[in-house]
Design a binder for this molecule. Structure first.
Ligand code: SAM
Length: 174
């Protein structure tokens, strides 16, 4: 994935906020968060913290992680009292509710598998149509899914059905 540093980080949200897909995604994610009201959320990658407003509305404790210090600086400047850490989401232990937008679609096949294998309980994420196959292979249950209707943009809340991935489970993946 390309780096989100410097000017790219600085202009990231400003240049997307009026984009139709961004706005659709924002509404879809916010509506799910408003209904499920998770008390603890890991937002990974948190980027510029686009969901901080809704996290405050639902009273969630938030940890945000991102590999880009510059994206985190922009998120921090929004003035919310959340824990924001420079970290690789593949190395982090995921809590029970994770939000991840605009990330899955950038991953390679192997990384998509690795990403979904990290789900402990709930994952709310944005993705393309290819994700349904990965979700099925990982035996995740789709709680709800929203499709923008352009054949590209989807948002889903998925849940691991009882089984937390183990070492032997991961070995079974190729
Ligand atoms: C397209 S942005 C999405 C940010 C935010 N989720 C959003 O919806 O605007 C992708 C972000 O992923 C971050 N990133 C890339 N690889 C990562 C990794 N392995 N762990 C954590 N963050 C990563 C980048 O620094 C960038 O901020």
């Amino acid at each position: 994935m390309r780096k989100y540093d410097g000017e790219r980080a600085f202009t990231y949200e400003k240049t997307r906020v009026n984009n139709e897909a961004w706005q659709w995604q924002q509404v879809a994610v916010e509506s799910i968060l408003h209904r499920y009201k998770p008390c603890h959320v890991l937002d990974a990658p948190v980027g510029t913290g686009r969901f901080f407003g809704v996290y405050r509305e639902i009273g969630a404790d938030v940890i945000g992680i991102d590999v880009s210090r510059d994206m985190l600086d922009i998120a921090r400047a929004k003035g919310f009292d959340y824990t924001l850490l420079v970290a690789d989401l593949f190395e982090a232990r995921w809590p029970n509710f994770v939000v991840s937008t605009r990330f899955f679609g950038h991953l390679t096949h192997r990384k998509k598998i690795k990403f979904l294998a990290k789900v402990r309980e709930y994952l709310l994420f944005s993705h393309g149509f290819d994700a349904y196959e990965y979700i099925a292979k990982e035996n995740l249950e789709i709680i709800e899914t929203h499709e923008m209707g352009d054949g590209r943009h989807c948002v889903s809340l998925v849940k691991r059905n009882g089984v937390i991935p183990t070492a032997s489970h991961k070995q079974g993946q190729s």
